[in-house]
Design a protein around this ligand. Structure first.
Ligand code: ASP
Length: 579
């Protein structure tokens, strides 16, 4: 049985006169006097069908029963459209199928939303995802995603990387999020964890003489959800023995360039520039700088030592942004709110009017020398942060992104990848009063700072790197620790007791003790990458079956209740009935 002789995207002028059978979905039906017009859609495109009651009375009866999204088979003859009915916006717009026979292969109940409807509630869209996925935008995103993955596989295979799957039911891997746990009937009271990443497995693979491993891996992180964050992510996970950071950078630049070129016809300039974490913090106030626009942060710490303005004189760091606009009082108030939400105590400013006169409550405290540093063009505003260096960076970094959007400073046609390098090894956790790894605990310090990891953890530099594109972090990686003794020292600094080191990471420590080669790797996020490529602000719109904002799947109802018998079998008793 042949369902169709041609695809709906195929009919062209050259095929006029041919008999053909098409099959697909009813995108639209219009009754025009006696004639019925149907837009028939399949995955290749849309063709117009014309049903003429004089030519095909039976088909006309069927045509009147049709509703949107019925599945239809149509047989007829391809004819040219008259000049005035040609539709130049459709690739099939010069022709139409004169129908002789129509058959409904599958009807549809009334739709919860129309495919061309804007602003449909997201939970409703996910609930009826099979409909939502028929929309043009989602079709495009999901197909581009498939193309990206196939380019990546091709490039990784060509570079000699071997694709190896690792377990989904595993032991917790610390990547900084909470674990999803899986109970098991055969070991009551014990739990597998879904991998936050295949981090330890990939290290074990290179220790096992698979010198170049990769995988398109699912990672699970029980985190709070945001527009650009879901709990189930896909990474291109890779690891290599005897690594050289340059080899990893060059490989990733090749892979990303191929993806950009073949998916969206953009040639990325390589090599990607590099910037240290410290420089990124100083100039852009973040480790994910968006380099598509200027508005760089400047430092005035030295210039304000001994300032008459006490807030400046007493602050560890004084930094500022020159905004190319004379901001009004109410705009400044709003920006102050933004600054406060990022931890600032207030927002000092200098406004230069059209004549270049400075207006500010703090102007009277500032010396000639200070003014010389801050002097800006007429019709501009200088915004200050005076605080601890990390807070000043964070506040001005947030204001910089906020203002770039508000003042429309971003050239959205640009692509600006950058490697961020030389991250700190550890961050100080104020609440817990302890050091935490900036990346993960398997990251190696630089040879130059290895000696000070205990004496001055805050100054130790990690051999870690991130790839950032247009202000979005696409991936992280590092050169790993391959000496057992160094791994133990890091665990000690992280206050993981020897017993915990054994029970949580004993297998890794044992493997590191049995001939572990130097190794390192990287893991770019596939969901975020496709989001950027597709210009899609919502991460869920690049995933075929996402959970909604609350982490629930409204389509299947997962997560769902389980029976009492299942719980008993697992040895689990609920503290409360499910909420
Ligand atoms: N496993 C790390 C992550 O998921 C990446 C890496 O270090 O390769 O962020």
């Amino acid at each position: 049985m042949t369902w169709r002789t041609h695809m709906a995207g195929e009919p062209r002028k050259e095929l006029v006169g041919k008999r053909m059978t098409l099959a697909g979905w009813v995108a639209r039906r219009r009754d025009h006097g006696g004639l019925v017009f149907i837009d028939l859609r399949d995955e290749t495109g849309v063709s117009q069908l014309v049903v003429n009651p004089d030519r095909a009375p039976e088909a006309t009866k069927v045509a009147h029963e049709l509703r949107n999204e019925f599945v239809l088979q149509a047989e007829g003859e391809l004819v040219a459209r008259s000049q005035d009915t040609v539709n130049p916006r459709m690739t099939t717009g010069e022709v139409e199928l004169q129908v002789d026979r129509l058959e409904i292969l599958s009807p549809s109940t009334p739709l919860p939303f129309q495919l061309d409807e804007e602003g449909v509630d997201e939970t409703l869209r996910i609930k009826y995802r099979w409909l939502d996925l028929r929309r043009e935008k989602l079709q495009r995103n999901i197909r581009m995603r498939a193309k990206m993955i196939s380019i990546i596989r091709r490039e990784m295979d060509a570079a000699g990387f071997v694709e190896i799957e690792t377990p989904i039911m595993a032991k917790p891997t610390p990547e900084g999020a909470r674990d999803f746990l899986v109970p098991t009937r055969l070991q009551k009271g014990r739990f597998f964890a879904l991998p936050q990443s295949p981090q330890i497995y990939k290290q074990l693979l290179v220790i096992s003489n698979f010198e170049r491993y990769y995988q398109i891996a699912k990672c699970f992180r029980d985190e709070d959800l945001r527009a650009d964050r879901v709990q189930e992510i896909t990474q291109l996970d890779l690891e290599m023995a005897f690594p050289d950071r340059e080899v990893i950078f060059e490989l990733m630049e090749r892979v990303f360039s191929a993806v950009w070129l073949e998916c969206i016809d953009i040639a990325l300039a390589t090599p990607f520039p590099r910037m240290s974490f410290a420089e990124a913090a100083l100039r852009f106030g973040t480790d994910k700088p968006d380099l598509r626009y200027g508005l760089e942060i400047e430092d005035a710490t030295q210039a304000t030592r001994g300032s008459q303005f006490g807030v400046f004189a007493n602050a560890e760091a004084v930094r500022f942004l020159r905004v190319p606009q004379e901001l009004s009082r109410s705009e400044l108030d709003k920006l102050e709110e933004v600054a406060k939400s990022w931890g600032a105590k207030g927002l000092a400013y200098l406004v230069y009017d059209e004549e270049g006169e400075a207006r500010s409550p703090i102007a009277k405290f500032l010396s000639e020398d200070e003014f010389a540093v801050f002097r800006s063009d007429p019709a501009s505003t200088v915004l200050f942060a005076a605080d601890r260096p990390a807070v000043a960076a964070r506040v001005l970094g947030a204001l910089r992104t906020h203002l770039a959007e508000q003042l429309d400073l971003i050239d959205t046609s640009l692509w600006r990848p950058v490697w961020i390098v030389d991250f700190p090894m550890f961050d100080w956790d104020e609440d817990a009063q302890e050091w935490t790894p900036n990346h993960h605990p398997f990251t190696s310090p630089t040879p130059a700072t290895e000696a000070i990891i205990e004496s001055d953890p805050g100054a130790a530099v990690a051999q870690a790197y991130d790839l950032v594109v247009n202000g979005t972090e696409l991936g992280s990686g590092s050169i790993r620790i391959h000496r057992r003794e160094l791994q133990t020292r890091i665990f000690d600094i992280l206050k993981i007791s020897p017993e915990d080191q054994r029970s949580r990471f004993g297998f890794l420590l044992d493997a590191l003790g049995m001939g572990a080669p130097p190794h390192g790797g990287f893991a770019p996020g596939m969901d975020r990458t496709i989001m950027l490529l597709a210009g899609e602000p919502n991460l869920r719109d690049v995933i075929a079956f996402p959970k909604n904002q609350a982490g629930v799947d409204p389509m299947s109802g997962a997560p769902s209740d389980v029976t009492q018998e299942q719980l008993v079998e697992l040895g689990i008793e609920l503290l409360e009935p499910p909420g």
